[in-house]
Ligand binder design. Sequence first.
Ligand code: SF4
Ligand code: SF4
Length: 433
Amino acid sequence: MPIGGRKQPPTAVELEHATVTSPLSGREWELPGMWNRMFEQRVEWDFTTEGFEKIGSLEGGESLEWCYGCGKCVPVCPVDLVGEYGPRKIHRKVQTGLDLFTSDDLWLCTTCMNCLRVCPKEVDMVKVMPAVREVAVAEGQVPGELADVFEKTFRYGNALGENPRRRHAWTRDAGVDVRVLASDPRPVDVLFYVEDYWSYHPRGMQAARSFARVATALGVDFAILGPEEKTIGDSQRLAGEKGLFEALMEDVVATLDRYEFQRIVTPDPHGFNALVKEYPKRGHRYDVLHYTQLLAPLVDRIEWRKELDCTVTFHDPCYLGRHNGEYDAPRTLLRAIPGVRLVEMGRCRENGYCCGGGGGGMWLDGLTANHTSERLSERRVREAVESGADVLAVCCPYEVSRFEDGAKSTGNDQLQVRDIIELVDEAMGGGGG
Ligand code: SF4
Ligand code: SF4
């Protein structure tokens, strides 16, 4: 009520407990203090705008301050499931003084995009985090394990620091001829962009050999760049090394310009993502397919020779599924394999759980371990086991090693981790990796 002609603010009364009586039933209810606090005015002047001003001034950083705290992002954030994370929590921390540029929180986001999927305000951590990381990288504030990968990528053109001349060493034991364009530059239908982990990681090399056998059996005209191939480096970009990514893009495009091909096919959803979304921004347009998209329409032509008899669950790679909308091609292949019973995990398709490898997470296990109760990959392995599967099928080169480690460390060695192409190859009578 106005007193003396001036409106008075209500007096905030906060009780730790209050008893209210229902006017209908006369029943009494005990309310804890949190119900009373809504009558207290928020202390807005405790908040600082400094952090948001700094982040919001970056290209891509604008949306963090749009958060209005609805909390929808937190339960879908894979990192929050094993720790304390999510855009709402990051927003609140920045609001109350966190310097995100120097905080470990900057490196925990895997850019999986599950928060953006549900956020009414379109707070886009897939842009915010790389923008802030780019500044941190320029200022030398990079976790050592990640700096090491940047250095290897810069020097050798691959994240593993392997000799570029050994890029096509995997072809030797493939059992089929794999054409290398440098030595046989005739036009080709499919330029198979192998990427780092299928080129160099022992389990990836097995999958690459499987792909070569399957593609050959299906009459796909394909060839590789071999020693001329460099990583596309999308995860390095998302981890903050945009300059390195752009330098790699120049090299990749210059190499691709030397050859005539119809389509690029890659097993790597991260490379796929950059070719589809980042390269066109610089005017480089290609017809790009993930390998499952190349093979899914060809399943009717496959001659199966073996029944596998296993229960399989499939882990959607964030950068094939949520980022690029492909959920069906991998499942089409799995369903076509004789003897495969496909079961889904609770978190699948649009709400698929992240393996922890995206956005540079592949190389940040040490840092992440300090902030999480278990690895994301370990969590996912337990979900796969709970689904009743014998086999966890994947189609991203990061995942085989992550999940195999997770299966061991969680005591689930009985769970096999196989790339879909290995299962297809085995059922076609090949080595299966
Ligand atoms: S869903 Fe969006 S608006 Fe809601 S709390 Fe999360 S970031 Fe903020
Ligand atoms: S992108 Fe994924 S990991 Fe990052 S904050 Fe959003 S839900 Fe969490």
